[in-house]
Write a protein that binds this ligand. Structure first.
Ligand code: Z5A
Length: 223
């Protein structure tokens, strides 16, 4: 992160990443409960979205034809939404000393547009530097599971989320394999920030691993 440290301690910024149906939403709910029990004031949010203008951009990205956008247009729309999200939601909360947990952040652009749509990692990194400088999460969990399993889970839970929000689920199996490889590459390149979690485990076991890593890396005592 590159925020100025004022008189109050800054909150921590945690992101959850992964392919379709990896279990991010499930884990964020469990984690938010754990942080609340520990007395840590927390904001949960998501991308694309997480601020009023960013939610408007979200619907352009997650609905409609698979071929709706050029890959670079998708990357630019995600960064337009992200700038609003960071300035309107994330930075104010962190400056207040609250923790922020986001369902996806910039690693999703590297994985989906960089790897999935073949734009490449370097272009997305340049875009990130242009829009957000060195701002990045304190800790990122990459929930990893085989593509087939994730897509099957996503299909089963379609009734639980917006019926129209299936644009990425309709992309090819190869696309989903490239983005799984992309997330694992990101984690390999950023070992201090990222931890890969085996998302085929039960939700409770995934959560135990997440809390243990938060305790070790951020110096708190979640049970
Ligand atoms: N996107 C992009 O291309 N570029 C970007 O820069 C950004 C995003 C930021 C919107 O994301 C899309 O935008 C996304 C990438 C693209 N692609 N898609 N789709 P999204 O986060 O809204 O959509 P999503 O990835 O599909 O997330 P999701 O639907 O919210 O899935 P999830 O949060 O990872 O999983 P879940 O809802 O917690 O669980 C799915 C189901 O599995 C559900 O029925 C659970 O009960 C079940 N589940 C969860 N955990 C387990 C375990 N451990 N075992 C068994 N079953 C489980």
């Amino acid at each position: 992160m590159s925020l100025q440290r004022g008189s109050k301690p800054l909150g921590n910024f945690i992101t959850l990443e992964g392919g379709e149906g990896a279990g991010k939403t499930t884990q964020i709910k469990l984690l938010a409960d754990g942080l609340k029990t520990a007395g840590i004031d927390t904001v949960t949010t998501r991308e694309p979205g997480g601020a009023p203008a960013a939610e408007v951009i979200r619907s352009l990205l997650v609905e409609g034809d698979v071929e709706r956008w050029q890959p670079m247009t998708e990357a630019l729309l995600n960064y337009a939404a992200r700038l609003e999200h960071v300035r309107e939601t994330i930075e104010p909360a962190l400056t207040d000393g609250r923790w922020v947990i986001s369902d996806r952040f910039s690693d999703s652009t590297v994985a989906y547009q960089g790897f999935g749509h073949d734009l490449g990692r370097a272009k997305i990194e340049r875009l990130h530097e242009l829009v957000l400088g060195s701002f990045e999460p304190d800790l990122t969990f990459v929930l990893d599971l085989p593509v087939d399993e994730g897509l099957a889970r996503a299909e089963n839970r379609d009734g639980e989320k917006g019926a129209k929000e299936d644009r990425y689920e309709r992309m090819s199996q190869d696309f989903h394999q490239r983005l799984r490889d992309g997330f694992l590459d990101i984690a390999r390149r950023n070992p201090e920030r990222c931890a890969v979690i085996d998302a085929t485990q039960s939700p409770d076991d995934v959560q135990k691993e997440i809390r243990s890593l938060i305790n070790n890396r951020l110096g708190v005592s979640l049970t």
